[in-house]
Design a protein around this ligand. Structure first.
Ligand SMILES: Cc1cc2nc3c(=O)[nH]c(=O)nc-3n(C[C@H](O)[C@H](O)[C@H](O)COP(=O)(O)O)c2cc1C
Ligand code: SF4
Ligand code: SF4
Length: 240
């Protein structure tokens, strides 16, 4: 089984490519949590494919890893990231209570567009093309049942102490607002993984102080009407 969490498609793409190459299934962590399907007693392989959030993991991934019961003969970890995968491997092994046989970081377009610029399509396409080359190599290593940790740009472990503080700051919903161009379609509210948005008077209203901050609402809005920091200058992103 290959479990993934994905907001803008990077991790879903990676999980599905590895699943296709290894004859396995890619399964959404969110669906498992919703269906309370968290027991997998006899798997040939376990794959975890997740994005980096504030040098750590999204809160939904923390929850899944803490709750899932899984026995597998071979376990791999792939974390996607834009600038650094931080301490994601350390957190994942701690919460899952096992070491991965093999672990990789994979650089992909950074969907944290409040800060990072994804407005140039040719630059984004080049980043995804480079990621594809590395993913091919990752798939070869997983298929050959290799072992080892191949994480790049990992900071010292003491920096894991700052993840919660940084993430809690980033994920305040007061950072998000909606512009006049909103047409009230309700897609943002419907797709929010943690039900942090309600439609009131034809406009989205954030009803929780904090959310996962997956930025799915911002990147998938058909009118690009949701704003966080400098996101309007930096473009919308979804993996092709
Ligand atoms: C709230 C948030 C925080 C992020 N923090 C980091 C980070 O600390 N380091 C990094 O390299 N990328 C960071 N990213 C970028 C994502 O990890 C990266 O774009 C990932 O590939 C997105 O995967 P997805 O398309 O499957 O959602 C962050 C993205 C979001 C939304
Ligand atoms: S997805 Fe965009 S246009 Fe639709 S309700 Fe939400 S903010 Fe408005
Ligand atoms: S409110 Fe937007 S950013 Fe926050 S979890 Fe929901 S979809 Fe993601």
């Amino acid at each position: 089984m290959i479990f993934y969490f994905s907001s803008t498609g990077n991790c879903q793409y990676v999980a599905e490519r590895i699943a296709a190459a290894t004859g396995d299934r890619a399964v959404s962590m969110l669906d498992c949590l919703k269906r309370k399907a968290l027991s997998f007693p006899d798997c040939e392989q376990l794959g975890i494919v997740v994005p980096t959030y504030a040098w750590g993991l999204p809160d939904i991934v923390d929850l899944f890893l803490k709750r899932v019961q899984i026995r597998a003969r071979y376990a791999f970890f792939v974390v996607t990231y834009g600038t650094t995968p931080g301490n994601t491997l350390y957190f994942a092994e701690t919460y899952l209570r096992r070491r991965f046989d093999i672990a990789f970081s994979l650089q992909m377009p950074d969907n944290f567009t409040p800060w990072f610029d994804l407005s140039a399509p040719e630059k984004v396409a080049a980043q995804n093309a480079a990621a594809d080359v590395r993913l091919d190599a990752i798939i070869r290593q997983i298929t050959a049942r290799e072992t080892g940790h191949f994480m790049q740009r990992v900071p010292p472990q003491f920096t894991s102490l700052f993840h919660k503080m940084a993430y809690d700051w980033l994920r305040q919903t007061s950072n998000l607002r909606v512009e006049e161009t909103c047409i009230g379609c309700g897609l943002c509210a419907k797709r929010c993984p943690v039900h942090a948005i309600e439609m009131r008077g034809g406009r989205p209203v954030w009803v929780k102080d904090k959310c996962t901050m997956c930025l799915g609402c911002l990147h998938r809005c058909p009118k690009f009407a949701i704003v966080y920091g400098r996101s309007p200058e930096h473009g919308q992103y979804r993996h092709p």
